[in-house]
Design a protein around this ligand. Structure first.
Ligand SMILES: Cc1ncc(COP(=O)(O)O)c(C=O)c1O
Length: 324
């Protein structure tokens, strides 16, 4: 978002209601206006029709989050974005290895980002990665991650222009932007490069685990009709079918008593519009207009899915959940 600010100035960014806080915080921090969209219950990502309906002449980008490993792209969305020349920014933090039509998510947009926080498909303990094919954005992001320092850029012409324009400054210390210090560390890189070797195998195992989990879950009580095409989940999504608070309390008690760790609200705690940091940004009770995320907010969970999890344990978990 900081790179987009330098290119586009201000405007609207279309964002999901179900995402991690940083996706919306970065929009606000960089002076853009977030425009919210409800989720598609089949993949928990932004509903593509609603994204298209929210386009305006102020739209600067669509910032999609691939929630919990699901693909959220459609041909319709990609073709309208292309037609209207609106850049796609992809948050792949929860979906390393997921695909749309056989092509990896994170390779469709102008910019994509990955997180290596330790709960995700692979970890460098903390850290992440930004990808782009755009040379200018690449240079800007290299500088932004390192105090805005021009010497971090790779293109010699680009650097020389700054040096020529600032003859009084030491060429080693030209700061182009008020920026950040978010460089990856050597130790993180060593850990990450080793994890990369196992990533595909581990992703296959997680995909099998998730399919097995859904096959054994009672579809009268829980949603099992997710769109799994291309998905690569690192978590089991557990969404109660009917909005029944009594059932929900019983489910939580059952999981707690059995020592099953869970998170309510799925990614980032559910409906972002209910969070205090947005109180002064959006209209009062704005959250009411997004019924799909509202359901996940109160009746959706995720439970850890890891490569070493064996089928017996998944069966045991499903049995526990189905008996509620
Ligand atoms: C979708 C999404 N985006 C961004 C982030 C932030 O990643 P990090 O914790 O590496 O800053 C997360 C973290 O869980 C996430 O789930």
């Amino acid at each position: 978002m900081a790179a987009l600010k330098h290119i586009y100035g201000s405007g609207e960014i279309i964002v999901p209601t179900l995402t991690w806080v940083s996706d919306i915080a970065s929009v606000l921090q960089n002076g853009f206006t977030p425009v919210f969209v409800d989720i598609n219950p089949k993949n928990l990502c932004m509903d593509d029709e609603q994204v298209i309906a929210k386009f305006s002449d102020k739209t600067k980008a669509v910032f999609i989050t691939y929630v919990q490993g699901f693909n959220g792209l459609t041909d319709r969305l990609l073709s309208v974005l292309k037609e209207r020349n609106i850049p796609l920014i992809e948050d792949v933090c929860e979906s390393h290895g997921a695909t749309f039509k056989g092509k990896k998510l994170g390779s469709f947009g102008l910019i994509s980002n990955f997180s290596y926080y330790f709960a995700h498909h692979m970890s460098t303990i903390e850290g992440g990665m930004v990808c782009t094919n755009d040379e200018k954005i690449h240079e800007i992001i290299r500088m932004l991650r390192s105090h805005g320092m021009v010497r971090e850029a790779l293109n010699e012409r680009f650097k020389q222009d700054y040096i020529d324009e600032n003859p009084d400054l030491s060429p080693d210390f030209i700061f182009a932007y008020p920026a950040y210090n978010v460089r990856g560390t050597e130790i993180g890189a060593v850990i990450g490069r080793n994890q990369l070797k196992r990533l595909n195998d581990n992703n296959d195992k997680r995909q099998k685990n998730f399919a097995f989990f859904l096959e054994n879950l009672d579809s009268n009580k829980y949603r099992t009709d997710f769109d799994l095409e291309g998905s690569c989940n690192y978590a089991f999504n557990l969404i109660i079918k009917k909005p029944d608070p009594v059932f929900r309390d019983k489910l939580e008690e059952t999981m707690r008593n059995a020592g099953v760790e869970f998170r309510r609200g799925s990614s980032g705690g559910g409906n972002q519009l209910r969070q205090p940091y947005l109180k002064t940004v959006i209209a009062e009770n704005e959250w009411e207009h997004y019924p799909e995320i509202e359901h996940v907010h109160f009746y959706g969970y995720y439970i850890g899915n890891y490569p070493d999890l064996d089928e017996q344990k998944i069966l045991l978990l499903c049995d526990l959940l189905n008996k509620v």
